[in-house]
Design a binder for this molecule. Sequence first.
Ligand code: GDP
Length: 201
Amino acid sequence: MAIPKITSAEFSLSAHRVEQFPRGDLPEVAFLGRSNVGKSSLLNALLGRRKLVRISARPGCTRAVNFFLINGRWHFVDLPGFGYAAVSRTLKESWGHLVLEYLNARPNLAAVVFLQDGRRRLGPEELFLWEFLTARGRAVLPVLTKADKLKMGERARQLQHLAGALAPFGVNPPDLTWFSARTFEGRDELWSRLLTCLDRP
Ligand code: GDP
């Protein structure tokens, strides 16, 4: 599957409340992960734009859900990164009400790209969110970021560990996409997975 030419990628809006989510029935994918996981870099790499995401996500708006309109056809949704200290209860209270509401009820949501730093282990927040998403039947695409920082041996070990941790959620090792915003490794593979979800009739 060829990756699409991005003819337009523009910031649509920042939602702070459910009522502000865009109406209409454009299919969308959401991008979820811990702060600093490489989410903005991945979005810019996918879209071939150097600063689209950083520019739009103004400081102080980090808890908003940011919508980007791509090729006039899809929304890419940048969810706020979750933090280091939170566990599930705190996650619900401090970070997540708007995000969990979005993930739970958004009818347009075709898939969630779940980013995981390829060097790290899953924390309680990731496990909570994987459970939350799979319990609701959401399609989740796991992506391992910063692939360029791992040697081949480390990759094999991490892949085995992460695939094991995600197996209870129906994830198999080939479902995990290594991604690097430095080398663009994984970009075509991720696009192809995204298109399968976005263009599903
Ligand atoms: P966000 O907080 O999840 O949006 O993460 P950013 O995209 O802002 O990236 C956080 C840090 O990780 C920055 O210093 C990036 O330069 C770095 N980073 C992001 N992606 C990659 C990658 O693929 N490879 C490497 N080596 N560094 C990355």
